[in-house]
Structure formats: C-alpha cells, structure tokens
Write a protein that binds this ligand. Structure first.
Ligand SMILES: [Zn+2]
Length: 129
C-alpha cells in the first residue's frame, strides 16, 4: 500500500513536481494529510497516495462567492448609472433627439440589470444547471 512510501521519498517527489511546475496548495490530502499539489495539467494530486484528489466543492464555493461579488458590483454600477440618466432626463438636460438615445440606453441597461439579477438568484440558490 501507499504507507510503504517513505516520508523522505514523498518530500523528494513533491520537490521534483514543484520543480516541474506544480504548485503547492494550502489544502492537504483528506486521506493522509500530505500537502496537495496542483499539477501543471490543473489536476490536484497527492504524492503519498499517488492519486488525484478532488476539491471541486470548495473550488465551486469559492467561484460562486467571487461571481456574486462581481455581479453585485455590476448591479450597483448599473443602478447608479440608471439613476443618473433618470435624474438628467427629469431635469431636462437632454434635447428631444438625445432623449430617444437615452431611452434606448435605459432599455439596454434595464435588460442588463434583469440578467444580472437572474444570475445573482442562480448563484445564491446553488446554481445547479
Ligand atoms: Zn494522500
């Protein structure tokens, strides 16, 4: 079994892989506790177990946190842009010709806002598609 792999061999092999371009991760193997490596191919690997390890769940969680942060920022940006446009419209800062253009722009941003809100709902509900 993998227990026959001596610790110094494991360290040596890890060093070799890092030299070959692998990255040492903050995660450790759930089976043996050895720090995991992310190989150049993108696979997460435990040298001691000699196996690929899946940390998909935390990866996904991290990604969805990141996604919702970006989406929330986008939503705030669009909202403030729309409120600026509406304020300028109400204060009569646009000529009749410009108002048509502004109206089109408002529609574009509203559509974007709707899409962002839909994505935010999907992300927060786990987004299994
Ligand atoms: Zn392991």
């Amino acid at each position: 079994m993998y227990m026959s792999e001596r610790r110094s061999d494991v360290v040596k092999k890890m060093a070799e892989l890092v030299k070959a371009g692998a990255t040492l991760l903050a995660y450790s193997c759930p089976v043996c506790g050895t720090p995991l490596l992310r190989l150049k191919s993108g696979e997460v690997y435990c040298v001691r177990c000699g196996k690929r390890v899946f940390i998909v769940k935390s990866d996904l969680e991290e990604r969805s946190v990141l996604t919702s942060a970006v989406l929330e920022e986008l939503r705030d940006t669009i909202t403030s842009l729309l409120s600026d446009l509406v304020r300028n419209l109400r204060e009569g800062k646009f000529s009749p010709g410009e108002r048509i253009e502004v109206g089109r722009e408002v529609l574009v941003w509203l559509e974007a806002l709707e899409r962002v809100n839909r994505l935010l709902r999907e992300v927060s509900s786990g987004g299994s598609s």
